[in-house]
Ligand binder design. Structure first.
Ligand code: PRP
Length: 188
């Protein structure tokens, strides 16, 4: 996908569909972590919108914190190699960590995050991801709380970006490249 190409946004998940999934995940998390010392870690930047909706649907207390990873490439590649550029400030040793991601693609970020947090000897570490692209996994990934399983399409909105654009959109869209033919036809 080239940065200079033209794209159309095609609706993939509406606000209602997202909200149904967020509510389901929050109910399962509330049930499983009741009475436990839960810290939810959002992976910057993409998970911010999802995390903020998710925590407001929980029926149990949870602390939140964030971790920043480096991102490489032209805006369409994901981590590839994990480098921590912003560390959480909260202590995690002996606590139950729930890593919250907007999307799992190759799984390499999750693999790196599990390695990073394991070193602090938490009581447990699990993954919650709004979207999962199983066809793209390069490493085994266990997602305890998975929202949508999606095909290998580039998605934006609801926190997800393309070259830092579209994060603010309240719904989730696929980015569809506009072919030259289509462009010519629509210009007529
Ligand atoms: C995206 C997404 C995940 C990661 C998943 O982040 O938010 O953190 O890629 O990719 P992986 O499964 O292939 O490792 P990105 O690097 O685009 O940064 P962003 O969250 O700031 O948009």
């Amino acid at each position: 996908m080239a940065v200079n190409s033209r794209y159309d946004l095609k609706l993939l998940y509406s606000r209602e569909e997202i909200s149904t999934v967020v509510n389901r995940l929050a109910a399962n998390i509330s049930n499983d972590y009741d009475g436990k010392d839960l810290i939810i870690i959002g992976v910057l930047k993409g998970a911010v919108i999802f995390l903020s909706d998710l925590i407001r649907e929980l029926s149990i207390p949870a602390e939140i914190d964030f971790i920043g990873l480096s991102s490489y490439g032209d805006g369409v590649t994901s981590c590839g190699e994990v480098k921590i550029i912003a560390q959480p400030t909260a202590p995690v040793t002996g606590r139950h960590i729930l890593i919250t991601e907007d999307i799992v693609d190759t799984g390499l970020c999750i693999e790196g995050l599990l390695k990073y947090f394991s070193a602090f000897k938490p009581a447990s570490i699990k993954i919650c991801a709004l979207m999962d692209k199983p066809s793209r996994h390069q490493v085994p990934v266990e997602i305890a709380y998975a929202g949508f399983t999606i095909p290998d399409k580039f998605v934006v909105g609801y926190g997800l970006d393309y070259a830092q654009r579209y994060r603010y959109l309240p719904q989730i869209y696929t980015l569809e490249e506009v072919s030259d033919e289509g462009q010519l036809a629509s210009d007529d």
